[in-house]
Design a protein around this ligand. Structure first.
Ligand SMILES: [Zn+2]
Ligand SMILES: [Zn+2]
Ligand SMILES: [Zn+2]
Length: 234
């Protein structure tokens, strides 16, 4: 009786296993039916020892080789051609202009362009109030609200412009305000310093300040400059 029960159990268990596939993990082996190319899909069959199988499309990417067909210059873009070595498919891409080749005179040896650069003014220099002191007395106070500069090789140009920001005390003739600006290179050496004077003109009843000094100083594009503004006292 006990043995009979065990046999029945074993038979049911075997049927159960064969029905659900438990205990077997498919192990598919690929057989290539058609090799893919870069222009057409291939086909592969994946088959397990148990007889289970399926097929799948396979793909192959183009194998592009680059060829510079037009050399870029500092004035014109170039062109790069990409060609698939299997099917010959081609496409081209624009190659960015090359950079200028500057000689020791700061001019491009190819096109003659002059080397230019720009540096950003430290934001802390904006909106500061400066006193103009003469003989120990504050003669006038002005607020610099708009200050910018640009430099090209050998020339630094500094602009101060603003709206009604001028406030003076004392002599009404002293409608000027002076600043000292000092420029340092990355090693802390002073390269240039100059007294900047703001003046005003009345434009539509609005004061306008201006100053455009052009100190001549040789600047290097690779340097990291620092500019400092100080009250200019006499
Ligand atoms: Zn299987
Ligand atoms: Zn191809
Ligand atoms: Zn050039």
């Amino acid at each position: 009786m006990k043995l009979k029960n065990l046999v029945i159990f074993a038979v049911i268990y075997a049927m159960f296993l064969s029905l659900c596939g438990c205990g077997h993990v498919h192990d598919y082996k690929e057989t290539v039916i058609t090799e893919p190319t870069c222009t057409s899909d291939g086909l592969s069959e994946f088959k397990c020892e148990c007889g289970e199988s399926y097929t799948e499309k396979t793909k192959k990417e183009h194998e592009y080789e680059s060829n510079l067909i037009k050399e870029p210059t500092c004035q014109k873009t170039g062109q790069m051609e990409y060609k698939c070595k299997s099917c010959g498919d081609t496409y081209t891409e624009v190659v960015e202009k090359s950079s200028h080749t500057y000689g020791s005179n700061k001019y491009c040896t190819v096109c003659g362009a002059k080397k230019v650069g720009s540096v950003k003014l430290p934001s802390t220099s904006y909106g500061n109030t400066y006193d103009y002191i003469r003989y120990g007395t504050v003669v006038s106070t002005c607020k610099i609200t708009d200050l910018s500069y640009e430099w090209k090789y050998n020339t630094l140009t500094l602009y101060i412009t603003g709206k009604k920001i001028y406030d003076y005390a004392g002599d009404t003739g002293d409608n000027v305000c002076s600043l000292l600006f000092i420029m340092y290179d990355s090693h802390g050496n002073i390269i240039c310093s100059d007294q900047l004077m703001t003046q005003h003109v009345i434009v539509n009843e609005t004061f306008k300040y201006y100053y455009v000094p052009t100190p001549t100083v040789l600047l290097d594009e690779t340097e990291d400059y620092r500019i400092e503004f100080r009250d200019y006292t006499v």
